[in-house]
Design a protein around this ligand. Structure first.
Ligand SMILES: Nc1ncnc2c1ncn2[C@@H]1O[C@H](COP(=O)(O)OP(=O)(O)OP(=O)(O)O)[C@@H](O)[C@H]1O
Ligand SMILES: [Mg+2]
Length: 227
């Protein structure tokens, strides 16, 4: 679950961004919409505990983020899966080594079986020994998603996951994100200004609901253009 109340964030010298309140239940999906520069990535950074807000409350998976203090980094590594727009795979490390970093960041010992099973589940099982430069764009995105969900995070934050993809790949990427979030029971946040993504997420939710699944309604939060 994610709840924010009276949240305000600002960069040094910048205009403060005032966010609407939102409450997303565990396992729910939030579509975070708004034009470029409206604060979507900023909101994700605050929820991930990467950026301290100016004021307001943020509760993620039952934990008030502002009370984590020095333990915030380890908590984030363990509970927050982040799929940034730029994937940030370490170029000098193989796919398997990139995944192993997740464990080190969480103070855990790497689990090669789990790493392999996660790559298998995302359809990139043969790529563990490749360097990122030897992956296609879609493969790199799957590897980054494997990294984000490796520890079954409570929340999965995806920043513009379809921005650079063609229609078919965008659909596949969204389906993969939704399926993966459902499998690990994560609350999913999709930040996007891509109308295709908004449509596809609602469509997938209706399909899941009409198939008798327990899919929850998609919650939308739209940020306003800043002046
Ligand atoms: N590191 C930073 N330092 C100063 N200002 C920043 C920084 N990052 C973002 N901003 C500013 O904060 C505002 C919100 O930016 P943000 O990146 O959150 O928007 P966004 O909705 O994610 O946009 P986009 O759709 O283009 O990704 C913008 O005015 C931006 O210029
Ligand atoms: Mg952004």
């Amino acid at each position: 679950m994610i709840e924010t109340r009276s949240l305000v964030a600002a960069f040094r010298g910048g205009t403060p961004i005032v966010f609407p309140d939102v409450a997303v239940p565990q396992g729910g999906t939030l579509l975070l919409r708004g034009p470029s520069g409206s604060g979507k990535s900023t909101w994700l950074a605050v929820v991930a505990g990467l950026l301290a807000p100016v004021s307001g409350q943020v509760v993620v998976a039952g934990t008030p983020l502002l009370e984590r203090g020095a333990r915030l980094d380890a908590w984030r590594a363990r509970h927050v899966g982040f799929l940034p727009q730029k994937l940030h795979l370490s170029p000098a490390l193989t796919v398997a080594q990139n995944l192993a970093l997740v464990y080190w960041a969480s103070g855990l010992r790497p689990d090669p079986l789990r790493m392999q099973a996660t790559l298998d589940a995302l359809g990139v099982s043969g790529l563990a020994d490749r360097l990122p430069q030897a992956l296609s764009g879609g493969q790199a995105q799957r590897v980054a998603l494997a990294r984000a969900v490796l520890l079954s995070p409570s929340v999965l934050l995806a920043d513009e996951p379809t921005a650079s993809l063609d229609d078919e790949s965008a659909q596949a990427a969204l389906a993969l994100l939704q399926q993966t979030a459902t499998t690990v029971g994560a609350t999913l946040v999709l930040a996007t200004h891509d109308a295709r993504a908004v449509h596809a997420v609602h469509a997938a939710c209706s399909v899941a609901q009409s198939a008798g699944g327990s899919a929850q309604d998609v919650i939308e939060m739209t940020l306003q253009r800043m002046n």
